[in-house]
Design a protein around this ligand. Structure first.
Ligand SMILES: [Zn+2]
Length: 479
């Protein structure tokens, strides 16, 4: 049997506006339960919604970044269903005339690129948050449930992709690129663990070219969880088909601890949302000048920046992707690379050692104690043969901890490496004399002995010998 996996994603992004979508309550994360509420977001009778201009602005910006067409006149609808986390019993959303549609996002998989269609980006409001108290943490088996309406009414941009993704790897890549794109736009902090970026997936497995049955997966709370859930589901559906069974159209819940999906509700239990136009809101008609201004103000987006970093600086795609993941990190690199040193070496230090130091100390690149000048200086010291790459690691660590410049650290500690040939000559002579056995091995052509002798040279000089120069001298002497 010939299998083809088909994946589409539905992503919700909480916009980082000051206030909620239709009222002036704070849209900040957390807080004591039910302290950020008012009659509008609690759905009291007679209260009226007023759209948040900033939320509309940010959704248009996102839609433009995803190459969507902006709808001249879009409409808010009521999506009706009963659930305790939604006091109005309907959610204001968009239905058949969303704010934007028809976009694309191109992902680079290394061997190939894939252009993923964006069906639409629309605007809606978030629901409250239910806390199910009990062992499972889910509603089934809960002793009781608590409701927090602080989140109710926070603006959400919903992005729906076309079913253009073919593997869990592509889905993860898509989410990573979308995540950094949204972060570049500075419209959401996109924290999956705080729920400001959420993702559901539709996945089906087509057999011998005929369409498969779509299964929706919920509760994937990280990129890793999404990848695992899709991989599990892909295998489950293939196995079902191979065993002669039939994949059921349903919604399934991903259990991250167990690493499995289980049925949540079937097609028969699917809601009929009875959508109808929201009578309390007029259609949304963003004027053309506003949209034009947003289009012209779009920053260079991560996908484009990766391509430019590869062509302009000669970076590998992997390193370019790491550096462009955050806008500030990419800016830091460009600033450091502009100071005259080899950009590939600069990139390697930022993505490697500096990245690890930032990570360990939980410091962002914006407050990195090593400035771009300092990093460029470090690369210059290595290139000029003043310090070895190994010594540079320690210098960078100290610069990170003290904020001192690499050059100053090297001078103060007398860290310059020994590249002087006569000095190294003497050192090598000593090492050969002290280790006659290894020297004989080296003469017999045993390359292992070189490593040992180099180790002795490094020990004698406390790592200060220029490794290339020292090993050249040993070879000259003993071969
Ligand atoms: Zn409110």
């Amino acid at each position: 049997m010939e299998f083809e996996t088909v994946i589409g994603l539905e992503i919700h992004v909480e916009l980082s506006t000051d206030s909620k979508m239709f009222c002036s309550c704070s849209a900040g994360f957390g807080g004591e339960p039910n302290t950020k509420t008012c009659p509008v977001c609690l759905g009291h009778p007679g209260s009226l919604p007023v759209p948040n201009r900033r939320a509309v602005n940010d959704t248009i910006l996102l839609a433009l970044a995803l190459n969507c067409d902006i709808t001249g006149c879009s409409i808010f609808h009521r999506k009706n269903y009963f659930y305790p986390d939604m006091p109005k019993n309907f959610q204001i959303s968009q239905y058949d005339i969303p704010i934007s549609s028809g976009g694309t996002l191109e992902i680079d998989m290394g061997e190939y690129t894939r252009t993923v269609g964006i069906t639409r980006v629309h605007l809606e409001e978030d629901t409250g948050k239910s806390v199910h108290v009990g062992e499972s943490g889910r509603i089934h088996g809960a002793e009781y449930s608590l409701e927090d309406f602080n989140r109710a009414g926070i603006p959400l941009a919903e992005i729906v992709s076309e079913p253009d993704l073919r593997t869990p790897d592509e889905a993860r890549k898509f989410m990573q690129l979308l995540h950094s794109t949204i972060r570049y736009l500075e419209i959401s902090d996109c924290k999956m663990e705080e729920g400001s970026l959420r993702c559901d997936a539709n996945i089906s497995v087509a057999v011998d070219g005929s369409m498969g049955t779509k299964v929706e997966i919920k509760n994937m709370n990280s990129f890793r969880a999404m990848h695992r859930a899709l991989t599990y589901e892909e295998q489950r559906q293939r196995r079902t088909i191979r065993d002669g069974g039939e994949v059921v159209q349903e919604t399934r819940h991903w259990d991250d601890a167990r690493g499995t999906t289980s049925p949540l509700r079937s097609k028969e239990e699917a809601f009929d949302y009875r959508y109808f136009p929201e009578p309390d809101l007029v259609p949304l008609e963003p004027d053309e000048a506003w949209v034009r201004e947003l289009r012209e103000g779009l920053p260079e987006l991560p996908g484009d920046r990766v391509r430019r970093f590869v062509s302009e600086y000669g970076l590998s795609r992997e390193i370019a992707e790491t550096l462009t993941g955050e806008r500030a990190l990419a800016d830091y690199f460009e600033d450091a690379a502009g100071k005259g040193q080899d950009p590939v070496a600069v990139a390697k230090w930022i993505a490697g050692d500096l990245g690890a130091l930032l990570n360990d100390a939980a410091v962002t690149i914006q407050s990195c104690p090593v400035g771009t000048g300092g990093l460029s200086e470090l690369v210059e010291l290595i290139d000029g043969g003043v310090i070895s790459g190994k010594m540079a690691k320690d210098v960078l660590k100290e610069a990170f901890e003290t904020g001192n410049s690499p050059r100053l650290i090297v001078e103060e500690k007398g860290l310059t490496q020994i590249a002087d040939e006569s000095e190294l000559d003497t050192l090598v002579d000593e090492v050969i004399e002290e280790n006659p056995g290894a020297a004989d091995d080296m003469r017999d052509g045993k390359e292992q002995a070189l490593k040992f002798l180099m180790g002795q040279v490094m020990k004698k000089t406390r790592g200060k010998a220029n490794p290339k120069a020292a090993s050249d001298i040993i070879r000259k002497r003993l071969t």
